[in-house]
Design a binder for this molecule. Structure first.
Ligand code: GLN
Length: 544
């Protein structure tokens, strides 16, 4: 698409008061609206932590690690941008403080600063600006939306804000700043309070910036009185206080924003002419969700504990969204329930409780905790013909279950859990062995998109309608070729193979309504209006 503005425009989205109130979805929704106005839009996330990527962070503390096609381990918000904008992003769209510093230090080591004293200011903001401009150039976008992690007033993100200040100094007409703030309604007062948001705007002012628009996240709608109060006390134009109450489905948010003309208001800040928005597809999608009556109950079985600040919904957000997209396609409503696999280790009788579910998902995971409970779950799904979708670990453990209980090799295991397993059905490649021995954990898994050739006549082949597909990976262990033929002959068909390496990518049961395990993570590529084929068929089977 040709660029439709003369100069690229940048919208920065910052947070106030609390994090975790929907800054990512707000950014993604603004992007969706501008895209629906015909602009070419891309999005970026700037995360304040020192980690070079999200791959080394515990998902129960930080949320899901979202993997891009080019194998970057990023923040879960990148998934929101991909889903709302229907684009594939890359590592160019993601930066952390660690990554920015790493580049500057590497450049210094190679004399890139030609003998100058390298300083936090100006060199760090300069590198941040370089990355923002690179993302714009790479995608040839009219508008780049940049979400800055955390909240204003923290030490952590100050250099990102300084970069915005400098950028704005050079091209004030090309920058808009949106503050996503939380407006509490204290129970004993029963009234929405704007004061914390006023403080957030002031904290932003101290960095030399001023929000043009405030998105007021709250349990309820922002009333006229508070809209005016926010406008006056935070010094924004009337009409730029945007009501953003909790909604049933996040996919309503672009519509809610569009009702308040958020898109054209931002265009005005960016010195662009107003444009019509075509959100018909979104409207249809949201109306579909609202009219869906039939429930399908899905158990998501894994090891769940100590989720810190984040909830399970954060750790598995792409799985949840992919399930919702597929459910909407099949005109059902997916009710996901988190089932702790450890329960089936201490009380195997409780497996019977799984009968009430229409389908079972075992999502990705690491480590040994709860693993036997997951294997028991998979056996239950296989024997009772409950639709089963195994994602990464869910595929590896399904293979182990099959070798143990169908082939009778009780010593089958993954070397991740038992490095001297009698039957290492899931093992580690020599290449990965070296990484583990040298403690090289950051960015060394099998990451990103790889091709997969599908076997003719398989369920997977029918679902995709293609011979070769490409899917995203994030794992260290692999199916051991030594067990391939036996497993396949006995009925757990190896139906997806990487054409270059011969690695096993998909297994499926021949004699079962739906039993599929993937070494990759299909959930990363599902889009609201383009559900992933395997999720789509899984939900179809579950709805039967
Ligand atoms: N722990 C397994 C591995 O590293 C599976 C990883 C996952 O489920 N993402 O191979």
């Amino acid at each position: 698409m040709a660029r439709s503005t003369q100069r690229p425009k940048f919208i920065f989205v910052v947070g106030g008061v609390l994090s975790g109130v929907g800054k990512g979805v707000s950014s993604a929704s603004i992007g969706a609206i501008l895209k629906a106005k015909g602009f070419h839009v891309t999005a970026m996330k700037a995360d304040p932590y020192i980690n070079v990527d999200a791959g080394t962070m515990n998902p129960t503390e930080h949320g899901e690690v979202f993997v891009t096609d080019d194998g970057d381990e990023t923040d879960q918000d990148m998934g929101n941008y991909e889903r709302f904008l229907d684009v594939d992003l890359t590592s160019i769209n993601y930066m952390t403080t660690g990554r920015v510093y790493q580049t500057v230090i590497d450049r210094e080591r190679s004399m890139g600063y030609k003998g100058k004293c390298v300083q936090v200011v100006p060199h760090i903001p300069e590198e941040i600006i370089r990355r923002i401009k690179r993302a714009q150039q790479h995608s040839k976008s009219d508008v780049v939306i940049i979400e800055i992690g955390g909240t204003v007033g923290e030490y952590e993100n100050i250099l990102f804000l300084e970069a915005v200040r400098e950028l704005k100094l050079h091209s004030p007409e090309d920058i808009a700043i949106v503050l996503v703030s939380y407006l509490p309604v204290p129970g004993h007062l029963g009234e929405m309070k704007t004061k914390p948001t006023q403080h957030a705007q002031r904290a932003l002012n101290q960095t030399g910036l001023h929000a043009d628009m405030i998105i007021a996240r709250a349990p309820i709608e922002l009333d006229e009185v508070r809209k005016e109060k926010l406008a006056m006390l935070c010094g924004i134009n009337k009409g730029y206080s945007i009501s953003a109450p909790d909604v049933e489905s996040i996919y309503e948010i672009p519509l809610k924003m569009e009702e308040q003309d958020v898109g054209n208001k931002l265009l005005k800040v960016l010195h662009l002419k107003p444009r019509k928005t075509n959100l018909e597809a979104w409207k249809k999608f949201v109306a579909g969700i609202k009219h869906t009556k039939k429930d399908v109950r899905i158990a998501v079985v894994g090891k769940y504990f100590g989720t810190g600040d984040f909830t399970l919904a954060d750790s598995y957000i792409s799985v949840i969204e992919a399930t919702k997209h597929a459910a909407q396609f099949n005109k059902v409503h997916a009710v996901l329930e988190w089932v702790d696999s450890e329960e089936f280790e201490t009380n195997p009788g409780h497996l019977q409780h799984l009968k009430k579910y229409d389908g079972i998902i075992v999502p990705g995971g690491f480590g040994t905790r709860g693993i036997e409970g997951i294997i028991n779950t998979i056996r239950f799904a296989r024997e009772n013909k409950i639709p089963y979708l195994g994602l990464c670990y869910g595929m590896q453990l399904a293979s182990i279950e099959f070798v143990r209980n169908v082939l009778g090799k009780t010593g089958a295991h993954t070397v991740e859990a038992d490095d001297s397993a009698e039957h290492p059905v899931i093992h580690v490649s020599p290449f990965q062995k070296a990484n583990i021995q040298a403690n090289r954990y950051g960015g060394t898994m099998r990451l990103g998109a790889y091709d997969c050739a599908l076997r003719k006549g398989s369920l997977a082949r029918k679902a995709y309608g293609q011979d070769i597909i490409s899917e995203r990976h994030r794992h260290r262990y692999e199916f051991n070729d030594a067990y391939r033929k036996e497993v396949d002959d006995a009925g757990l068909r190896i139906v997806g193979i990487n054409p270059e390496t011969g690695l096993v990518e998909i297994v499926e049961l021949a004699d079962h309504p739906f039993f599929v395990g993937t070494q990759f993570h299909p959930e990363f590529k599902s889009r609201p209006m383009r559900p992933h084929p395997l999720f789509r068929e899984f939900i179809r089977a579950a709805a039967k």
